[in-house]
Design a binder for this molecule. Structure first.
Ligand code: COA
Length: 377
């Protein structure tokens, strides 16, 4: 075996894209030419979805049309609900989301229609229905009845409303809307790349989204937000944070929510979520989770500054979701419900100018061996 660290495709350019730009040195994230701070400050998730899919911000009538299409799609087919009820109640919600997305493909008469128009409509339906699948599963697996969305309200509102049927606090909705915008796209991250690899074989859009969901699930990618929460629970109290970090460093244990393949500065999404997490904590009279996260950052940052490791998007989303009362097992599915917009934007771009992805490997195995009969091995 070679001692060389695998390249992990670091810095390899595999596509041209006009969707998302990251300046990792400056900590800048840009969707279709708009800085993420500008979008979080001024736009809704629905506007950003249109922007990512179509390249420009929507006009009022385009936005109204998109909201009407989303509202129309905000209902789960009975077949899908029945399917969810057959799954073991302890099934991982990301697995269930992937099953749900695959099932949506089986129920969609246009699943194999590869036209841009059909794929656009599928992107809207997936964006409307993945959060419903997530929340329906949350409730079914806890022996509760799924809650129908309020289709006059936003995706962010319904993300929270369909969890427990309570009208969500307006600042929680604002934070969720911001979180959905911040997670919506991130250039060729692992899940988006896997979606594009699947699509490049000319497999259909639902199948590509299923690949992406399963790729996002891992703790080095979307699963990190849940891992951050586990870490915070392990730490328990703000005063324990510094010792926890010392111990982790001594044992070469990773601090989840830290580090990034592209950012060599603080992730701009973490900067915004840090602010919102603090504000949520203050409003809820529960700043413990924010303070603990902040204490981990303060203790860990100086130790890894030479490796250019900084908090990423998952670091402060965990404490924000915790204060909103969101079950930990839904942290990563919420990421998927946002990133589906980015995945599908990339899929539309991939289908429009496709070439199969097929890299090569550096062969380091044996050569020239001859078959030996089984009794002689
Ligand atoms: N805690 C401690 N050390 C970390 C670290 C972390 N979270 N992330 C990276 N490092 C260290 C590695 O151990 C490695 O050290 P070494 O050079 O001494 O071996 C160095 O930093 C480079 O890490 P590497 O794993 O090669 O970087 P990568 O680009 O392959 O990985 C991540 C990027 C995101 C997978 C990695 O930073 C990580 O695992 N972070 C935690 C999971 C996470 O938050 N994921 C969400 C990303 S948005």
């Amino acid at each position: 075996m070679s001692d060389k660290k695998p390249s992990g495709l670091e810095d390899v350019v595999v596509a041209q894209s006009s969707i998302c730009y990251i300046d990792g040195q400056r900590g800048q994230l840009v969707y279709r030419g708009y800085d993420i701070d500008d979008l979080v400050e001024n736009a809704s998730f629905e506007e950003v979805a249109w922007l990512l899919w179509h390249g420009d911000l929507p006009t009022q009538s385009e936005l109204d049309g998109l909201k009407a299409d989303l509202a129309h799609s905000m209902v789960l087919p009975d077949h899908l609900l029945d399917l969810l009820k057959t799954l073991p109640f302890d099934a991982n919600p990301m697995r269930v989301l992937s099953i749900g997305a695959a099932a949506m493909g089986t129920l969609d008469p246009a699943a194999d229609d590869m036209s841009g128009e059909a794929n656009n409509a599928k992107a809207v339906r997936l964006t409307a229905q993945l959060p419903l699948i997530m929340n329906a599963w949350h409730r079914i697996s806890s022996d509760m009845t799924p809650i129908a969305p309020d289709v006059t309200e936003s995706l962010a509102y319904n993300m929270l409303y369909c969890m427990n049927g309570e009208v969500p606090d307006p600042y929680a909705v604002e934070t969720m809307d911001a979180a959905l915008i911040l997670h919506a796209d991130h250039e060729l991250n692992a899940s988006t790349f896997s979606a594009r690899v699947t699509a490049a074989t000319l497999s259909d859009l639902h199948s590509a989204v299923v690949s992406a969901i399963n790729t996002l699930k891992g703790p080095l990618h979307g699963g990190a937000n849940e891992a951050v929460m586990k870490m915070l629970e392990e730490i328990g109290e703000v005063d324990n944070a510094a010792d926890y970090v010392e111990n982790a460093v001594a044992n070469k244990k990773k601090i989840m929510g830290f580090g990034h393949r592209v950012y060599k500065a603080k992730d701009p999404r973490a900067v915004i979520l840090e602010r919102m997490s603090e504000e949520l904590g203050k409003r809820a009279g529960n700043t413990k989770w924010f303070q603990m996260t902040h204490a981990v950052e303060e203790a860990f940052q100086p130790k890894v500054i030479e490796k250019q490791l900084f908090p990423n998007v998952d670091f402060y989303s965990a404490s924000a979701y915790q204060v909103m009362g969101i079950p930990h097992s839904l942290f990563t599915p919420i990421f998927a419900c946002s990133r589906v917009v980015g995945w599908t934007a990339h899929l539309l771009e991939q289908y429009a100018n496709n070439r199969l992805f097929r890299p090569s490997s550096d062969y380091i195995g044996e050569t020239g061996r001859k078959y030996a009969p089984i009794g002689e091995r």
